[in-house]
Design a protein around this ligand. Structure first.
Ligand SMILES: NC(=O)c1ccc[n+]([C@@H]2O[C@H](COP(=O)([O-])OP(=O)(O)OC[C@H]3O[C@@H](n4cnc5c(N)ncnc54)[C@H](OP(=O)(O)O)[C@@H]3O)[C@@H](O)[C@H]2O)c1
Length: 338
């Protein structure tokens, strides 16, 4: 079988595809023949050595994949050969086959496609965790989301609509205006417009209930300022550390140095909250499984449906990641291993 490998820190040209023996599942694991794997912004940061919580190089990235079970290790119960599953791979999902703990696969109903399944966990799971689990998202509230046209951004838009949010303000680069508006968001040009004043003016001067910030650095404080009293800021990314497909330590250090230190006394006086969110480091798997169950239910009811930007053969993984670096994606990018 073949798999994608990051041999060392590098640009997209450092990515390799290697061939190795088909894996055999040890006790408690299953082997999944992967059809689709999701690409996440975090995969790009890992390749650049800017992520901080990935395995040592060389390693195979890929948090999420969908496929069929082709072999079972000893003592595995409740999963059958040929079963279609979502595989929460953690790492290693960019692969034709992967062995993982049976507890990390979720059976898929026939009505959920491999594309939908591979596009769901990270983006929707993160959006749901922030807004619903932590933020108690409620009807009539207002939400600010950055990278509004991306994987998490489009998931946020759909979840907000399902929860009856009254206004979603989405920032993105200029060519994505029409797409962002088509998802029911108020578009803000991330380069040329001031989202703080726009959030205030669209909420009678109060600010938004939820601000979702994957950018980091000094941008975080601006998102905090866009909140109303009692609002919640979610810090869950650091895209400001990334400049193109090669690592720029100057850009990364600038992001780190400009990250604000929030003052708890000021937060207390305005009843604002700041959450740090890293789904890969949640220590209770049952929380995430609960989110997945809720999201599958929403998918089956037609309340959400992942927007797929493009599906690339895995041999083209470098081009697929470059597509994201070049800010061309509208929705989720998937790799095809079928
Ligand atoms: N903490 C967590 O557990 C967690 C989980 C999932 C995602 N995240 C974070 O959420 C963010 C979105 O993730 P995603 O996977 O859904 O990706 P995505 O939003 O689809 O990412 C690509 C988009 O990000 C925007 N962007 C902003 N700065 C960029 C840069 N320096 N280089 C390239 N694109 C940039 C571009 O949109 P524009 O054209 O609009 O600029 C681009 O199209 C990322 O920061 C990611 O790390 C965090």
């Amino acid at each position: 079988m073949r798999k994608v490998v990051y041999p060392k820190v590098g640009g997209v040209d450092s990515i390799r595809i290697v061939e190795e023996e088909d894996p055999v599942p040890p006790k408690g694991q299953v082997c999944v023949r992967i059809h689709r794997a999701g690409i996440n912004f975090a995969d790009l940061m890992m390749r650049q050595g800017l992520y901080g919580s990935n395995p040592d190089y060389p390693f195979t990235p890929g948090y999420e994949a969908a496929g069929e079970v082709i072999s079972l290790g000893e003592s595995v119960e409740g999963i059958s050969l040929g079963q279609r599953v979502l595989a929460m791979t953690g790492f290693g999902g960019y692969s034709e086959m992967v062995c993982i703990d049976a507890t990390r696969v979720v059976p898929l109903p026939d009505s959920i496609s491999y594309d939908q399944a591979a596009a769901l966990p990270v983006t929707y799971g993160t959006a749901y965790h922030m807004l619903v689990h932590l933020g108690n998202l409620s009807e009539g509230e207002t939400v600010l989301i950055h990278h509004a046209a991306g994987g998490v951004g489009t998931a946020v838009a759909q979840i907000c609509e399902a929860y009856g949010v009254s206004k979603i303000i989405g920032t993105a680069s200029a060519p994505k205006r029409e797409f962002v508006e088509s998802l029911g968001m108020h578009f803000v040009d991330s380069k040329s417009e001031d989202f703080v004043s726009i959030c205030k003016s669209l909420t009678d001067g109060k600010g938004v209930h939820h601000a979702i910030d994957p950018v980091g650095g000094k941008h975080l404080m601006r998102s905090y300022k866009a909140l109303r009293r009692g609002g919640r800021l979610y810090s869950f990314g650091a895209s400001a550390a990334v400049k193109g497909d090669k690592r720029s330590m100057v850009t990364a250090l600038r992001m780190w140095a400009s990250t604000p230190r929030f003052d708890p006394l000021k937060m207390m006086r305005s009843n604002k909250a700041v959450y740090g969110v890293h789904m890969g480091l949640l220590d209770d798997e049952s929380v995430f499984k609960g989110h997945l169950e809720a999201l599958s239910g929403m998918l089956l009811k037609g309340q959400i449906d992942p927007i797929i930007d493009s599906v690339w053969r895995f041999e083209k993984v470098a081009e697929a990641q470059k597509h994201m670096h070049d800010r061309k994606n509208r929705g989720k990018i998937l790799l095809d291993f079928s």
